[in-house]
Ligand binder design. Structure first.
Ligand code: PMP
Length: 399
């Protein structure tokens, strides 16, 4: 048998050094549980950054994958396929928008949203040639392409990658005054995460999303909500914007849209925005492929059929209360919506994550001092209690 150690060595010899994973190899997975090649079992408390909300290898999603794999997997958009119609209808109805444009990864959907907003600004708003502006929030994470890192203010994501995409302005997350002052006649839109994930599960001040919506309406600019990580029941709502009853102009979706089985992402928007795309103006070979669409339909079924929105809400509340009650001198704050939970400490948390791994829980720091707990939403109360016991034990030792 090839050991975990050998696999990790091979990966670091030939693989680029662009990640800093915990020293564990996942060889098998089912539901909330994963196993390494040696047979050690762990509870997954990261869910591949919220892509596995439905649990690993959900039988219904795997069945959909197999069934579709037996028919056709890829057509490209040179031809129609049977799945794209029903799938776009499903996502359009889910988001209450007219139209849906499929892509593959979260960042591609972000790119698509920004391209849509710029085109919309030139065609429907009459901004100056080549001057359409995008506003972003500091601390954001929208992905790794040039457009996405141009939105970022994180040096580890941006250093030595310039020149960056111009006409991007960054304001403090939650700062309404800054938004008002940054808007110009050339502003096309603002892109924000309704809860900042990679920044450490940062919730905006209450009423922020509503204020942003109001200003976007007044100023005729687009509200682009990046729901790649917060979407699909993760926060106890289908989309996190619902926490403030806000409808963005463009939804950006990814991750759990594919149930952790296939990469699939999308934007959804009304006709007046989506119609700026014409044949040849945007696309992707794999975007909207029948395999991913079939998987995504099943992934959406699972969220509905298994009541994952309510589960996330109820278990998330319970988990957050129990975590807050832990007495640890360096525990600063627990922030949460549903099973999207950040526990901030007054010190770096990597050693705690490593200790949790030793006791059977896989989680990851988000930002140096915050642990993110985001288990698959199919987790049971018993499993959560098991995890809580382990977390309490580890934190006692790591005081
Ligand atoms: N937007 C947000 C809010 C994200 O959290 C992420 C991934 N963590 C992305 C975009 C990028 O998604 P992907 O890695 O699939 O490109």
């Amino acid at each position: 048998m090839v050991t975990s150690k050998e696999i990790m060595e091979l990966t670091s010899t030939y693989g680029a050094n662009n990640y800093h994973p915990l020293p564990v190899v996942i060889a098998e997975a089912e539901g909330v549980w994963v196993k390494d090649p040696e047979g050690n079992k762990y509870m997954d408390m990261l869910s591949a950054y919220s892509a596995v909300n439905q649990g690993h290898r959900h039988p219904k999603i795997i069945q959909a994958l197999k069934d579709q794999a037996d028919k056709v997997t890829l057509t490209s958009r040179a031809f129609h396929n049977e799945l794209l119609g029903p799938w776009t209808e499903r996502v359009a109805k889910l988001t209450n928008k007219d139209k849906v444009l499929p892509m593959n990864t979260g960042v591609e959907a972000v790119e698509t949203a920004i391209k849509a907003a710029r085109r919309w600004a030139y065609e429907k708003k009459d901004v100056d040639d080549n001057q359409a502006e995008i506003i972003a929030a500091k601390g954001n994470f929208h992905g790794r392409t040039m457009n996405a890192i141009s939105l970022s203010d994180d040096p580890s994501a941006t250093t030595n990658y310039g020149p960056f995409v111009p006409c991007i302005y960054k304001i403090n997350y939650g700062d309404i005054q800054a938004l008002k002052e940054t808007i110009t006649p050339n502003t096309a839109g603002i892109i924000i995460e309704p809860i900042q994930g990679e920044a450490g599960i940062l919730l905006p001040p209450e009423g922020y999303l509503q204020e942003v919506r109001k200003i976007c309406d007044e100023e005729n600019i687009l509200f682009i909500a990046d729901e790649v990580q917060t979407g699909f029941a993760r926060t106890g709502k289908m989309f996190a914007c619902e926490w403030e009853n806000v409808e963005p102009d463009i939804y950006v979706m990814g991750k759990a849209l594919g149930g952790g089985v296939m990469p699939i992402s999308a934007i959804a928007a009304n006709k007046d925005i989506m119609d700026v795309f014409t044949p040849g103006s945007h696309g992707s070979t794999f975007g909207g492929n029948p395999l991913a669409c079939a998987v995504s339909m099943a992934a959406l079924d699972v969220i509905e059929e298994e009541g994952l929105i309510d589960k996330s809400l109820e278990l998330g509340e319970y988990f957050a209360i129990e975590l807050s009650a832990i007495n640890h001198p360096d525990l600063k704050e627990v922030r949460s919506k549903g099973l999207f939970i950040g526990v901030e400490f007054n010190k770096p948390v990597r050693p705690i994550c490593e200790a949790l791994k030793k006791s059977g829980i896989l989680c990851k720091e988000t930002h140096e001092t915050t642990i993110r707990f985001a288990p698959p939403l199919i987790i049971t109360k018993e499993e959560l209690d098991w995890a809580l016991d382990k977390i309490r034990q580890v934190l006692q030792v790591n005081e």
